[in-house]
Design a protein around this ligand. Structure first.
Ligand SMILES: CC(C)(COP(=O)(O)OP(=O)(O)OC[C@H]1O[C@@H](n2cnc3c(N)ncnc32)[C@H](O)[C@@H]1OP(=O)(O)O)[C@@H](O)C(=O)NCCC(=O)NCCS
Length: 174
């Protein structure tokens, strides 16, 4: 669906469950979410994204290494709320820990931003990031985003400060 130098981004399916579980059920990977996901939560996450593909035409996609076909992460676009305000289009990314530190997340994130601007005609894309998640903020910054503000997100019964990053589409030069 989306191709970059080293990666393919495509819709997830049920066969991706084990690769998805390796990400969502890993304690260290999920530290910004406070606890790793259970099997039920992992299936619900997959189902939510399958529903997004149908309803929105996009969602979090599987990130596949072109070299050997391994699913190494997820990246994509989802509608997210910022507090009470209207929904924004978010570039999201979660990668298998074995594949961190190789630039795969930024490669995928850039492709998602480009897709949002070019294919969905969005004028602005966001990444909403917990204030302790420095690695994720670095991906957003490398993706050309600036910090625009902050808000408290209620998640798993906890108040978690989040930063709002966004990039605006540049007007085309005629
Ligand atoms: C957020 C997350 C995807 C970032 O992963 P990451 O590995 O730090 O990011 P990248 O894949 O873009 O890799 C960047 C690193 O690879 C290095 N790198 C190595 N080869 C590279 C290459 N060919 N191109 C670009 N960077 C490269 C960069 O220098 C950078 O290292 P640095 O941060 O020490 O400077 C990862 O931490 C994660 O999955 N976290 C858990 C889920 C999560 O919290 N998601 C975000 C929710 S908001």
């Amino acid at each position: 669906m989306i191709e970059t130098k080293r990666l393919l981004l495509r819709e997830m399916n049920q066969e991706d469950y084990p690769s998805l579980a390796a990400i969502l059920q890993d304690e260290q990977t999920m530290y910004a979410y406070e606890t790793p996901f259970s099997a039920e939560e992992t299936q619900a996450w997959l189902d939510r994204n399958l529903a997004r593909y149908k309803e929105d035409g996009f969602g979090l996609w599987a990130v596949i290494l072109k070299d050997d076909g391994t699913m190494i992460g997820q990246a994509g676009l989802t509608w997210q709320s910022i507090g009470e305000s209207s929904k924004v289009l978010e570039v999201g990314y979660l990668f298998n820990r074995s594949y961190w530190g190789k630039g795969y997340a930024i490669e995928a994130a850039r492709a998602c931003k480009k897709y949002a601007f070019a294919k969905l005609n969005s004028s602005e894309v966001y990444s909403i990031i917990r204030d302790s998640n420095v690695s994720s903020m670095n991906v957003a910054i490398r993706n050309g985003m600036l910090a625009r503000g902050s808000f408290i997100k209620r998640y798993r019964g906890m108040d978690m400060p989040h930063l709002i990053f966004s990039a605006k589409r540049k007007p085309s030069i005629k």
